[in-house]
Design a binder for this molecule. Structure first.
Ligand code: 13P
Ligand code: SF4
Length: 365
């Protein structure tokens, strides 16, 4: 039976210990009706409750495979949207704090992408020449745009395969919203840097001439991740000077120079796997979010592996950090009482088209 929503105010001031007691009690009441999906960047005091963890690709697959009626997503908004799109109609996706967005995803919106598409159509036969590819870090309506225009979604772990899929169909790619993942992907495919042009959505024609647009094979949306932009080549240089045998691994949302100077580049899952599978007593410099790096450092310490964070300053995904024990306790207690809070529901017409673009991705990767 549904009861009145318990207000968050009661949980806001709750001590962490009380939150943990209430989280455990609510989970016991919910049993297998609820599943907690957690991204690798989730803070430790929430990550400990994860049933399933992974990078964006793995989590989107898991969301399509779970049978629990309630999917509580400890991540950011676009991830919960993907869970809603990929799950069965009777399943419910929930984001414990609706303010947990992704600042990179917010750097592209439908109005700007549609304007870009119209402007490209002034120079190109856009539907025949350009495949729109959206990074999974984007709103559902942008995934729907890709579904509608013969495009596809990619993640940091399959971007190369997806780009090959796209180039097999049309000569050019419009890649949004992360220019860095797009550039690194193009570079790894052997596309010269001068055939990759940055499209600035705040300028007419993206700030490009018709000639530049015709020459470009990859049009890179001018977006970035505020966390990964903090990592600098100078951090790698300092590490290499101090530890000539050390190894460097970075997420492809880092700048081109950071990726180029790293020994390995890959998704969060790839970073975790590479370091866990590495030889004992190795030393690593890691360019990705701090919660992941701290957890990994703890997990591999007993093998004599040393894992260091790339930047000298704290770089956390402040939006993902918003999912704290207070929000999780509030969410689970409401659910256990039969009240759905913070449901993420993509409108049906968008859902169908976004699903098409996501299913193309899952079929290819
Ligand atoms: P992954 O898919 O590699 O987990 O990346 C998601 C993300 O938002 C990284 O900033
Ligand atoms: Fe978005 Fe960056 Fe946070 Fe990843 S780390 S979720 S790209 S803001």
């Amino acid at each position: 039976m549904q009861t009145a929503t318990i207000s968050f105010d009661k949980f806001n001031q709750l001590q962490d210990d009380d939150c943990h007691l209430r989280i455990r009690a609510a989970r016991d009441r919910l049993g297998r009706e609820v599943v907690l999906l957690c991204h690798h960047y989730q803070r430790a005091d929430v990550y400990q409750y994860a049933d399933l963890t992974g990078d964006s690709l793995k989590l989107s697959r898991l969301a399509s495979q779970t049978d629990s009626r309630l999917i509580v997503f400890c991540g950011v908004h676009f991830m919960a949207e993907v869970a809603d799109i990929m799950s069965k109609p009777e399943q419910i996706a929930i984001l414990p704090d609706l303010a947990a967005g992704c600042s990179m995803a917010d750097m592209a919106n439908l109005a700007k992408v549609e304007r870009c598409w119209r402007e490209l159509a002034e120079v190109l036969a856009v539907e025949q020449e350009v495949t729109p590819v959206t990074y999974i870090n984007s709103a559902a309506d942008l995934k729907a745009f890709c579904g509608e225009h013969g495009g596809i979604v990619c993640t940091s772990s399959n971007a190369g395969t997806i780009a090959e899929w796209a180039f097999a169909r049309r000569a050019k790619i419009l890649f949004f919203p992360d220019q860095h993942l797009g550039r690194w992907t193009g570079f790894k495919m052997g596309i010269p840097l001068d055939e990759m042009m940055v499209w600035d959505p705040d300028l007419e024609m993206g700030g490009l001439t018709a000639g530049q647009i015709r020459r470009a094979r990859l049009l890179l949306w001018k977006g970035h991740c505020s966390v990964h932009q903090m990592f600098q080549p100078a951090h790698i240089l300092r590490f290499r000077n101090q530890h000539p045998d050390g190894l460097v691994i970075a997420h492809p949302e880092c700048s081109f120079e950071v990726c180029r100077q790293s020994d390995f580049v890959g998704s969060t899952e790839h970073i975790v796997r590479t370091i866990k599978d590495a030889k004992a007593n190795t030393r690593w410099l890691v360019g990705t979010e701090l919660n992941l790096v701290n957890r990994l450092a703890e997990e591999v310490r007993h093998e004599g592996k040393i894992v260091q964070f790339m930047a000298p300053t704290v770089c956390m995904c402040s939006t993902m950090q918003r999912i704290d024990p207070q929000h999780l306790a509030w969410t689970l207690e409401n659910l256990a009482d039969g009240t759905i809070v913070n449901q993420i529901q993509v409108p049906e017409h968008e859902r169908q088209l976004a699903k098409l673009a996501l299913e193309r991705m899952l079929a290819v990767s």
